[in-house]
Write a new protein. Structure first.
Length: 517
């Protein structure tokens, strides 16, 4: 029994111990769970605090952005308001200024109205006084002179008529003076308009022409055996051939420009052909003469067509074409005649004349110059006689005669032709081509020199007869300078036309400079 109780007691003790152990283990597990929950709570709390802080920061940023945006919008609106205020202020100032101007004008009108009323009242009083004075004077005159009213009226009218005639004469004198002044002003206006609408190109007057030779050896062939070629040329053309020391050129001299042109073309064709003998000279001269005559007729017809002039005799048209080869004071006479025709037409239209008749007289005014080397006398008289012979209009013939006052001028057209001739010859720029061509040749020479490499400076001197070229000594040798001189000379011969010869000098100079101190 004792063992049983011992066994039972041991078992109960074991149960108690097991219960205690489980209780202890259960308590430990509960404590561990509480600790874990506590940690989770702390973590959740920390996370909540973090989220709260982030939310606060975001709220602050949003609030700051909103505040900045609101301030920017406020500033923009404030600026717009300031602009509007300035505009409104300007409008108000403008309105105020206009109001003041309106007030001032209104005051001026009131003063003017008041002044007019005062003057009207004064005028009424003066009229009344005048009527009384006239009546009183009339009665006094009747009493003193013993004249009736009708007689006094007649005497007064006579005096008034005499005074009116005097005033009319004085007014007529004033009108005449004013008309003279206006006529002078209008004349200047017409002349200036005509000058402004016409321009021409002119070349140098000359009685000689130069023919360039391929080489100086050709001079002997031009002269021919015992001079037969040159004698044949001079006899057939009527032109003097001057063969002197001028290198590469033969000079043709003749006062007849057509003959000189025929001789020049003939000699050039002979030089191109290479066969120079009397039979060949005669053959080429005949053909060239025909070509030149054809060109003369075409030039005359072209001038008439350009001026819109018809019904001119063929001989007059031919003689007009010969002026193409005639020069007077550096002006081509045909171009000068065309310009005078235009001047006459424009000024004649302004003055109420027939433009075609005025142009006709201006175009033909110098036609006598085509015959002045053959017929003795003034070219104006010669030209007038020639035009009369071939049926030109009487007013045109008289305009040709009188344009240099060889006969008295009788009509407006006579004065018009003289004025247009003077304008064409004396206007600025009419005779400047010679100087312009000279300057152009100098510029072309220097331009050719500068087109080569290593050229430092270039000067055209001696009126274009010499070209001095300075080269860079470090970039070109003495031999290179010689070749450069030859190249420039060949380029000038190829591209430019000039009388005589041009000397080209290339200078290569190296200087060493040092200072002793």
């Amino acid at each position: 029994m004792i063992s049983i109780w011992i066994l039972v007691g041991g078992a109960g003790l074991g149960l108690v111990i097991g219960f205690l152990v489980r209780h202890i283990l259960s308590a430990k597990e509960k404590s561990s769970e509480q600790n874990r929950l506590k940690l989770l709570a702390e973590e959740a709390e920390a996370r909540a605090r973090t989220i709260q802080k982030e939310a606060e920061v975001s709220a602050k940023d949003l609030l700051l952005k909103t505040r900045l945006q609101a301030e920017e919008e406020s500033k923009s609106r404030r600026r717009d308001l300031e602009v509007l205020e300035r505009k409104v202020g300007l409008h108000e100032e403008e309105l105020e200024r206009r109001r003041r101007e309106f007030d001032n004008r209104e005051q001026d009108l009131r003063r003017l109205d008041q002044s007019v009323n005062e003057r009207r009242g004064k005028l009424d009083r003066l009229e009344a006084e005048y009527g009384q004075l006239v009546e009183k004077t009339k009665k006094g005159l009747e009493q003193i002179a013993g004249l009736s009213s009708e007689e006094a009226k007649k005497r007064l009218m006579d005096e008034m008529i005499s005074e009116a005639r005097h005033e009319a004469a004085r007014e007529m004198k004033r009108i005449e003076d004013e008309a003279t002044e206006n006529a002078e002003r209008e004349g200047k206006k017409i002349i200036s308009m005509a000058i402004g609408r016409i321009a021409g190109d002119w070349v140098q007057e000359s009685t000689t022409a130069a023919v360039k030779l391929p080489s100086d050896d050709m001079k002997g062939r031009v002269i021919g055996r015992e001079g037969r070629n040159i004698r044949t040329l001079e006899a057939l053309t009527g032109v003097d051939l001057i063969i002197d020391d001028t290198p590469g050129a033969v000079i043709l001299s003749c006062h007849n420009p057509v003959r000189r042109e025929i001789a020049r073309i003939t000699l050039e064709k002979l030089l191109q052909d290479g066969r120079i003998h009397p039979a060949r000279i005669e053959e080429i001269l005949k053909k060239v003469t025909q070509d030149v005559e054809k060109g003369i007729k075409e030039a005359g017809q072209q001038a008439l067509l350009e001026m819109d002039i018809h019904g001119v005799h063929p001989e007059i048209a031919r003689l007009l074409g010969t002026l193409k080869y005639r020069y007077s004071y550096a002006q081509n006479v045909l171009q000068h005649s065309i310009e005078v025709g235009f001047f006459c037409g424009m000024m004649g239209a302004e003055l109420g004349l027939k433009p075609k008749v005025a142009r006709r007289a201006g175009l033909l005014h110098d036609i006598g110059k085509a015959l002045s080397h053959e017929i003795e006398g003034s070219h104006a008289v010669i030209g007038g006689e020639f035009a009369k012979k071939y049926g030109e209009l009487p007013e045109v013939v008289h305009g040709i005669w009188a344009h240099h006052e060889d006969i008295p001028q009788e009509s407006v057209l006579d004065h018009l032709v003289e004025a247009a001739d003077a304008l064409s010859g004396a206007r600025p720029g009419a005779r400047m081509e010679q100087a312009e061509a000279y300057v152009k040749r100098l510029e072309d020479l220097e331009t050719i020199a500068y087109s080569f490499e290593n050229v430092e400076k270039a000067y055209a001197i001696q009126a274009g007869r010499e070209l001095r070229v300075m080269v860079e000594p470090d970039k070109i040798s003495d031999d290179g300078a010689v070749w450069l001189c030859k190249d420039i000379s060949k380029r000038i011969e190829k591209e430019l036309t000039y009388p005589g010869q041009i000397r080209v000098m290339v200078i290569r100079e190296k200087r060493a400079v040092e200072f002793a101190k």
